[in-house]
Design a protein around this ligand. Structure first.
Ligand SMILES: NC(=O)c1ccc[n+]([C@@H]2O[C@H](COP(=O)([O-])OP(=O)(O)OC[C@H]3O[C@@H](n4cnc5c(N)ncnc54)[C@H](OP(=O)(O)O)[C@@H]3O)[C@@H](O)[C@H]2O)c1
Length: 235
């Protein structure tokens, strides 16, 4: 996928990692970068075009797809976490919200834009996943499950979109320094660096990118016994 001259949409492009993706695309010469946001007024960077887009709202997705018929790159970045153990009282409400956004939102945006990508030569779909697609922590059960499901969907989308020559890139990362994990006191990678590594992988034509040491380490241990994998994570 060549970013220079592309027409891109980034979901959740108003802040955090999505903003870093959007700015990175502008720096690399994308012709147009649409920053999808639930509230378009929160898109403040020059060079970005704000688009109203709530990935849990079918009407909002349909309106965006109708408006953005020239897009050839979609970055499914929007995501939420509610955190907390599986035995907490609010777990079903939290899990439904996480699955609505992280899984079904990603699927709905991908389905709406798949024909547009196809009509524009194939293009690319980038799905923002996590190291938690592969492992879980006591505080991340429902979020991890949602990211595992999104990883599976990403693999299925790659198979289904192969015929129309759409590149589908899975992006995995550990902690990124954004609002989402602001309360966590642990090493984090700058969103600009994660976005840059993902965009490098996109331009290299890859299917998957491990954007930091944690995601690379976990991937390397996936064939281990779970006890060894979780021991390596200090669990
Ligand atoms: N931060 C990490 O450590 C980390 C690690 C691995 C993967 N990730 C993933 O990276 C992606 C970006 O996360 P982040 O760290 O940048 O989080 P963030 O700072 O909390 O930003 C989340 C973004 O998603 C948007 N969003 C949430 N629900 C939405 C919806 N229904 N429709 C449209 N946009 C919605 C938010 O928009 P509003 O401003 O309207 O809320 C915001 O732009 C997520 O998929 C997350 O799961 C994050």
């Amino acid at each position: 996928m060549k970013i220079e001259g592309s027409v891109a949409l980034v979901t959740g492009g108003n802040r955090g990692l999505g903003r870093a993706y959007a700015r990175g695309l502008v720096e690399r010469g994308a012709k147009v970068v649409y920053a999808g946001a639930r509230d378009p007024r929160t898109v403040t960077d020059s060079g970005l075009i704000a688009v109203a887009l709530d990935v849990t709202d079918p009407a909002s997705i349909a309106a965006a797809a109708q408006q953005l018929s020239e897009v050839n790159l979609v970055i499914n970045n929007a995501g939420i976490t509610r955190g907390g153990p599986l035995l907490r009282a609010s777990v079903f409400e939290d899990a439904r919200a996480e699955f609505e956004t992280n899984v079904l939102g990603t699927l709905a945006v991908s389905r709406a834009f798949a024909p547009i990508l196809g009509a524009n030569g194939g293009g690319a779909l980038v799905n923002m996943l996590s190291v938690l697609s592969w492992v879980t922590f006591p505080s991340s059960g429902t979020y991890s499950a949602s990211k595992s499901a999104a990883w599976s969907l990403t693999n299925a989308l790659r198979q289904e979109l192969q015929a129309q020559r759409t590149q589908v890139l899975a992006v995995h990362a550990g902690l990124i320094d954004t609002d989402m994990v602001a309360e966590m006191d642990a090493p984090k990678t700058a969103p600009e660096l994660i976005a840059a590594r993902a965009l490098d992988a996109l331009e290299a034509g890859l299917d998957e990118v491990l954007t930091d040491d944690v995601s690379a380490m976990v991937k390397s241990l996936l064939s281990s016994d779970p006890k060894d994998l979780y021991a390596a994570l200090g669990q």
